[in-house]
Design a protein around this ligand. Sequence first.
Ligand code: MN
Ligand code: MN
Length: 313
Amino acid sequence: MATEQDQKHLSRYMGIPTFMRTPYQPDPGGLDIALIGVPYDGGVTNRPGARHGPREIRNQSSLMRSIHHVTRVDPYALCRIADIGDVTFESVFDHNAAVRDIELFFACVHAAGVIPLSAGGDHSITYPVMKAIARDAPVGLIHIDAHTDTWDEFQGSKFMHGTPFRRAHEDGLLDASRTVQIGIRGAQNTTEGWDYSLEQGMRVIFMEEFTQMGIDAVIKEARRVVGNGPTYISFDVDGLDPVYAPGTGTPEIGGITTIEAQALLRGLRNLNLIGGDVVEVSPPFDPGGNTALVGATLMYEILCLLAEVIANR
Ligand code: MN
Ligand code: MN
């Protein structure tokens, strides 16, 4: 197996593509942060393909280097990071079984005291992730997305990519008063999801308000909402404008730019972060690989945040 040192000395197009060219170590024991693929898109309502996200994000993540050019954080110098592989599924044809498989995988990571940073998969994966890591107490959430994902059901299914945060809230995993949803937009057939978020006390920042506030005020507001409590970051790549991230299942124009997304994430330093994910990268709709590159880069930004949390413990 190539060691971390070997990997760094290889040219970046060489070797087996793990996330960020970290060592592959299936056992999370001894790590601080585990990079995880969740290749599941059984929860999509429209265009599929996010099951291919982890592989393409791994591939594009070989373009990432170590030291952040703004914060000068080198996550690999601060903590122990490895790619622990993909969640394996007993049957992708049974959504309940998939939810269970994801939850069990993340429960092992959580039990080992390791912070998870994942690549989806569609957004339905975040519910079982939260089932595993928020089992002790409800967590706060910074959720970047075009959609609130607090709908109740779709065609009779409670477990799809438009419902994870409703399920998480119903299960007592998510503290609505410490939840901020950023970048929301696009027409819907009912207002039910938006209404649920607002009625439960989540802070919903629609795209128009985002633009009016400016990025610094959005950061301030996100930090105010989540406070010092444990907080998870969930980044749906469709929160970005499809100009930057066309390879996704439910694109909505008029979204966040990549520069704004980077500024937003860099504004979240030194919060009490307990994990994160980047979801909804769909390689079949991403022939040039740019959306996967964007997804990999967002993962790197979140990795730097998580590494600093570890270093400051
Ligand atoms: Mn979503
Ligand atoms: Mn979305």
